[in-house]
Design a protein around this ligand. Structure first.
Ligand SMILES: *[C@@H]1O[C@H](CO)[C@@H](O)[C@H](O)[C@H]1NC(C)=O
Ligand SMILES: *[C@@H]1O[C@H](CO)[C@@H](O)[C@H](O)[C@H]1NC(C)=O
Ligand SMILES: *[C@@H]1O[C@H](CO)[C@@H](O)[C@H](O)[C@H]1NC(C)=O
Ligand SMILES: *[C@@H]1O[C@H](CO)[C@@H](O)[C@H](O)[C@H]1NC(C)=O
Ligand SMILES: *[C@@H]1O[C@H](CO)[C@@H](O)[C@H](O)[C@H]1NC(C)=O
Ligand SMILES: *[C@@H]1O[C@H](CO)[C@@H](O)[C@H](O)[C@H]1NC(C)=O
Ligand SMILES: *[C@@H]1O[C@H](CO)[C@@H](O)[C@H](O)[C@H]1NC(C)=O
Ligand SMILES: *[C@@H]1O[C@H](CO)[C@@H](O)[C@H](O)[C@H]1NC(C)=O
Ligand SMILES: *[C@@H]1O[C@H](CO)[C@@H](O)[C@H](O)[C@H]1NC(C)=O
Ligand SMILES: *[C@@H]1O[C@H](CO)[C@@H](O)[C@H](O)[C@H]1NC(C)=O
Length: 750
């Protein structure tokens, strides 16, 4: 198991999210919180614009495009409301009447990091140069709006000389950052960061223009490509008032060993994560910045030992230095950092005993340390020494080489929210007493150790978990009763835990809101509920048990389903699938009947494995019947059109790339269904009773085929020459059929 982390304090990268890669290679991404309230959008927009752009109300209204405009009457109502307001001191100066503040920033969020569709932009369009009329504006915030139009940041912004606060973050700008921004000599706050995962590429190959921004207090240029700006440290060092500097993911590949004249005397927050420095951690200019409270140098390719100079940063509260190539124990100078609250050093090769490590952590003030990330750091020793860290809230020390027992006193760490000790060599028994004081416990990871959890049948845990990673733990013979009240759980992994018996009915109710449920590789038997439609599960793993009965109706939320290697029987539900279903693994069961038509509808399906079942007949042809009417013998445009209409949902393209149907009793001709599977790469129809000739369209409709297995069927006729044009084909198995004619030349060894 691995975590990949975006863990910087970057003001820009708002989300801190964790991706856990499961042994099965399936991935779950806990969602970032939803900050928007779309329903309020129209009202807020109209109000904000109306109250802000005092004189150009009608042009403001024209900015609404793409169906996000307000209903005219309601917009007018808001504008009238605004007219009733005679003073608006926070936006217009009461003394001069000048507009001093334009704040249209939107609380940028993404619900799903993979899907651009979910990025909500409140305003779309472009920035009018009429902004130049706002000579007196001091505060301009357009962040999170799609007003950049993939163009460069307008140069004229550099003429708004009164600005002290400029926020153009997370907008869709591209190209060169105009050095004219250097004319904004009153700026105290400049934010042009953009999350490089979503936005086009902006760059600045020479940041000497920064030197004129003497008043700058906070600067965030994260995501702007500064790889050519070799002198960036010196430019930044000219800003004596700088308190925050964020340059995450800027492609920085150069730094400075030291600075002769250090002007950065009040810098508190320095964020340099995700830059390819690829150099030893020391010497480096920032080890001299003793005012630092937060230093983020995560994933920078830093190497060598942890520098002793760390101990000079005595005000440090947060140190993010994970995912580098650091080697060796942390220095004992770290003892000086009496304010340290959060440390993440994971994914480095610390290679020592946890006891030595903890002895080098500060213990001057009554333990401020709350967050300790040390997973995958080649650490040995026992958990006993952790007990000194009495304020600990997150202990993440998975994927190391800890051994021995989990001390019962762990239950005295009353602030513990995450106890993540999976994949070590811990052994022994964990009992109620271990959990006695852990009322705040939220995430527990005990996976892949040699641990037994032994508690009373009627034990009621003092906590409410959201994540329980219990794979391979010995939890008893059956689903543990103590889970019954844990309905906050979103992620539950009890795979390979030696569990058996039936799944109690309460299980499905308790975990009806969970997103990830894994009960695979146990000895569960009995039937599942006929329907799981009331659940919200997205990833359901029940493979390699002894489940019987029919495959249940699936919840519409399900994305990944694995119920392979069980004894499920009966037919698949006629609406088998779900709109989100991407991966369905059902091999090695006793499923009978036909492959239901519903699979035509679930066009997100990418992987379907129904091998080793008792399925009959052909695949649904997904509307191909109707499509036949388009053939020349019935050339009647009105009928064709109506046929197209009636079958429109069935004719949509399938995303599927892997279809495995080996060892069933499927029959009929080569499936017409495949005509819609333009992305298919792996097709296995081995050991069925398909018959007839192979169609010539195989190569045209499945151009990406890598594997085509048709062995042991009743296919006949000639092997179509068109197979030759399948340029990606690596595996072709046509054996044990009744093909005739000559073997095409291209199949013969040359
Ligand atoms: C367990 O940790 C070891 C050492 O860090 C790592 O190599 C291995 O991949 C981890 N195993 C799992 C299942 O994550
Ligand atoms: C920083 O620490 C190093 C090693 O601990 C020491 O040699 C150096 O003098 C310190 N520098 C400052 C400015 O305190
Ligand atoms: C782990 O640390 C030890 C030293 O304690 C070292 O000998 C070993 O090579 C390290 N393991 C890895 C995988 O780097
Ligand atoms: C701090 O650590 C030192 C040794 O590393 C130890 O002797 C001392 O007792 C500790 N102080 C507290 C308050 O834990
Ligand atoms: C834990 O604290 C005790 C006393 O407070 C001290 O003797 C011991 O050295 C500490 N252990 C570690 C690992 O810091
Ligand atoms: C756990 O959740 C239940 C029900 O929501 C609540 O009554 C209980 O107080 C919670 N317990 C803790 C320790 O938060
Ligand atoms: C599960 O099925 C396997 C294979 O049929 C069998 O050997 C085993 O005894 C079954 N286990 C239970 C608990 O029914
Ligand atoms: C074919 O599938 C049936 C039903 O699941 C199974 O019993 C049999 O072992 C499978 N045959 C092969 C060769 O895998
Ligand atoms: C079908 O109709 C179109 C337009 O009416 C005509 O151009 C075409 O030749 C017809 N095709 C056949 C095969 O009759
Ligand atoms: C074409 O379709 C229309 C409407 O379905 C029908 O009335 C007409 O008879 C058809 N003509 C032919 C030549 O099939």
């Amino acid at each position: 198991m691995k975590y990949s982390f975006i863990h910087c304090l970057a003001h820009c990268a708002l989300q801190t999210y964790v991706t856990r890669t499961l042994p099965s290679t399936m991935t779950a991404t806990p969602r970032s919180p939803f900050h928007g309230a779309a329903a309020m959008l129209c009202l807020l927009l109209a109000f904000s614009l109306a109250t802000t752009i005092a004189s150009s109300v009608s042009s403001a209204a024209e900015m609404f495009v793409n169906g996000s405009s307000c209903i005219a009457a309601e917009r007018d109502a808001l504008l009238s409301f605004k007219d009733g307001i005679t003073s608006d001191p926070s936006r217009c100066s009461t003394r001069t009447g000048h507009v001093v503040k334009l704040d249209l920033g939107n609380n940028f969020y993404t619900d799903d990091i993979e899907s651009n569709d979910n990025v909500v932009h409140w305003l779309r369009g472009q920035i009018s140069s009429s902004l130049l009329c706002l000579h007196h504006a001091r505060h301009l915030n357009l962040s999170g709006n799609a007003l950049g139009g993939n163009m460069t940041i307008p140069k004229f912004i550099g003429s708004l000389k009164s600005l002290t606060h400029l926020d153009l973050s997370n907008m869709d700008f591209s190209g060169r950052v105009p050095p004219q921004l250097g004319n904004l000599t009153r700026l105290e706050y400049l934010d042009i960061c953009s999350d490089y995962q979503f936005y086009a590429y902006t760059y600045s190959s020479d940041v000497s223009w920064l030197a004129r921004l003497h008043s700058l207090v906070r600067l965030d240029m994260s995501g702007v490509d500064l790889s050519a700006a070799v002198n960036w440290v010196h430019s930044v060092n000219t800003l004596p008032n700088l308190s925050l500097l964020e340059l995450t993911s800027c492609g920085l590949n150069s730094s400075s060993p030291s600075l002769l004249h250090r002007n950065l005397t009040i810098l508190e927050t320095l964020g340099l994560c995700d830059n390819p420095f690829n150099s030893p951690a020391a010497p480096n200019w920032y080890w001299d910045i003793t005012s630092l409270k937060s230093l983020s140098i995560f994933n920078c390719g830093l190497s060598g030992p942890f520098p002793d100079e760390l101990g000079n940063l005595t005000l440090l509260e947060t140190l993010y230095m994970a995912s580098n190539n650091m080697e060796g124990m942390i220095p004992s100078t770290l003892k000086n950092l009496c304010s340290l609250e959060k440390i993440s050093l994971h994914h480095n090769n610390i290679g020592g005993d946890i006891k030595d490590l903890i002895e080098r952590l500060p213990n001057c003030s009554s333990d401020n340390l709350q967050i300790l990330y040390l997973f995958d750091s080649n650490i040995t020793g026992t958990l006993k020494s952790v007990l000194n860290l009495t304020s600990l809230s997150i202990l993440s020390i998975e994927d190391n080489y800890l051994s021995g027992f989990v001390p019962v006193e762990i239950g005295t760490l009353r602030n513990l929210r995450s106890l993540l000790i999976g994949n070590n060599s811990l052994s022994g028994v964990i009992s109620e007493a271990h959990f006695s004081g852990l009322t705040k416990l939220d995430q527990i990871d005990l996976c892949y150790n040699y641990l037994q959890v032994i508690v009373d049948m009627d034990w009621e845990p003092p906590f409410n978990l959201t994540g329980a990673y219990l794979a391979s733990c010995h939890l008893g013979a059956q689903v543990p009763n103590w889970l019954r009240g844990q309905s906050s759980v979103s992620y539950l992994d009890m795979s390979d835990a030696g569990l058996g018996g039936r799944i109690p009915d309460w299980f499905w109710i308790t975990f009806s809101s969970a997103h990830h449920l894994d009960l695979s590789y146990n000895q569960f038997h009995g039937e599942l509920p006929l329907s799981l439609e009331f659940m919200s599960v997205q990833e359901l793993f029940l493979q390699s048990n002894n489940f019987t009965g029919s495959v249940p109706q699936l919840p519409i939320s399900v994305v990944l389903l694995d119920i392979s290697n069980n004894f499920f029987n009966g037919q698949l539900p006629s609406n088998f699938g779900s709109p989100c279903l991407q991966v369905a693994v059902l091999f090695s069961n006793r499923i009978t009947g036909i492959i239901p038509n519903s699979i035509c509808r679930w066009t997100n399906l990418r992987f379907l494995d129904l091998s080793n079942n008792l399925l009959m007949r052909g695949l649904p042809d997904c509307g191909k019947e109707e499509q036949k009417q388009q053939n020349p013998s019935s050339n009647n445009s009105s009928r064709v059109n109506s046929a197209k209409r009636s079958s429109v949902i069935f004719l949509s393209k399938q995303e599927i790339h892997t279809l495995l149907l080996r060892n069933n009793s499927l029959s009929g001709g080569f499936p017409l269904f495949l005509k819609q599977c333009q992305n298919l790469m792996f097709l296995d129809l081995t050991e069925n009773i398909f018959s007839g000739e192979l169609p010539a369209w195989i190569s045209e409709h499945m151009p990406s085929l890598v594997m085509l297995r048709l062995r042991s069927n009743k296919f006949s006729g000639h092997i179509p020459i068109e197979i030759m044009s399948l340029s990606s084909l690596h595996i072709l198995d046509l054996a044990c059929n009744t093909f005739s004619g000559v073997i095409p030349q291209f199949l013969l060894p040359s």
